[in-house]
Design a binder for this molecule. Structure first.
Ligand code: ZN
Length: 369
């Protein structure tokens, strides 16, 4: 995303908030050595109601209700920090330019691993796994700059934080996606439903996790309908330390070529999502699960990496979204895995094989050891 589109993005989301109030005190995402970019603030003009010309529409003589707009939250101050200065401050290795083609690309390493970033690109990799930044890195005065939110929410958890560890006797809720009348998507080969394959994956996974010391609860153990809200409540009442939702994929446009594996976690507040589908993407939402941004990302990269190693599928990356209602309200680290495309004939054939689902279960159990 260019500087201009970045600024435009904030102007647009601010407009979407329908506010006429001035910005309040900025949220504190600033870093030392930060460059503060201006945020374009615009206000909505009132729109005149259109007149009903259809004579069958009843004429209302009462005055229209007065709508008092809710004050929108303040747009974030967009700060950009020199990656070299950040690296010194956080005691990681210095960023190194590794190529100029097709885009200028840098690598930055710590004892945890290596991140590769491209100028002008939202895509990045962490130890070879695709991840997604919220804002594309930029050159400012000949130096590589990153958005402060990416430094805090993407680089710090991966490069600086101690790796995720799991003690024994911990509780995990595994959520086989869909169930009952909520069938999920279906196999392009023979119409078998996603809900059947997610339940089988979960049932294979449960004893493996138990062997590794986890106490495991499944949100459903048969073909029953469970609301997303009940799945969140289930994790809460079982005092889960971790929540993992299992799904298989299909694109909105039924493109049979879409393929690969992806893992989702909630978008950090202030950051645009990787995927929005047809939903709004309110950057200002501070969701319960945002308390676990760092662990969510660490868990997601670990799981995505383990699954890819086991099944050798296309890496569609660790992605951020806000609309997954099974994740939004979770008071614990939580991720959602899409274990391949049922709309893709080759992947549907794999997903329909017990051997593939066994591999998925083994790889997920291995990631949680
Ligand atoms: Zn699904």
């Amino acid at each position: 995303m260019s500087k201009l589109t970045g600024i435009t993005f904030f102007a647009l989301v601010f407009l979407a908030g329908c506010s006429t109030t001035p910005p309040q005190s900025p949220l504190d995402w600033s870093e030392t050595n930060a460059v503060v970019k201006p945020v374009v603030i615009q206000t909505n003009k009132p729109v005149a109601p259109s007149a009903h010309t259809n004579s069958t529409v009843a004429v209302h003589t009462n005055p229209p209700p007065v709508i008092v707009p809710k004050p929108a939250p303040a747009p974030p101050v967009v700060t950009w920090t020199s990656l070299e200065n950040w690296a010194t401050e956080h005691k990681t290795g210095k960023p190194h330019r590794i190529t100029d083609s097709p885009t200028t690309t840098y690598a930055i390493a710590s004892t945890n691993g290596v991140m590769v970033l491209g100028i002008g690109s939202l895509g990045a990799t962490w130890n070879g796994i695709e991840i997604n930044l919220g804002f594309a890195p930029e050159f400012i005065d000949g130096e590589l700059f990153l958005n402060g939110l990416d430094l805090k929410k993407n680089l710090e958890p991966l490069l600086c934080a101690p790796p995720l560890t799991f003690s024994t006797n911990r509780i995990i809720v595994i959520d086989p996606g869909h169930g009952g009348s909520n069938t999920g998507t279906h196999s392009v080969l023979d119409g078998h439903f996603e809900k059947e394959f997610t339940l089988d994956w979960a049932k294979r996974l449960k004893p493996m996790l138990e062997t590794n010391g986890w106490t495991v609860f499944l949100t459903r153990t048969s073909d029953v309908y469970v609301t997303n809200a009940d799945r969140v409540t289930f994790a809460e009442t079982h005092h889960a330390d971790l929540f993992i939702s299992l799904h298989f994929n299909a694109p909105g446009n039924n493109d049979e070529k879409a393929n690969g594996l992806e893992t989702y976690c909630i978008t950090p507040t202030g950051m645009p999502s990787t995927l929005t589908r047809t939903f709004a993407d309110p950057w200002y939402e501070n969701l319960p699960n945002n308390h676990f941004d760092a662990q969510n990302l660490q868990l997601a990269v670990r799981v995505q990496s383990s699954l890819l190693r086991a099944i050798g599928m296309e890496d569609r990356g660790v992605r951020r979204s806000r609309f997954d209602t099974v994740l939004r309200g979770q008071n614990r680290p939580a991720i959602l895995i899409e274990g391949g495309y049922l709309s893709n004939p080759a992947e549907a054939k794999l997903i329909e094989s017990a051997d593939y689902r066994q591999k998925l279960a083994e790889a997920l159990a291995a990631a949680l050891k």
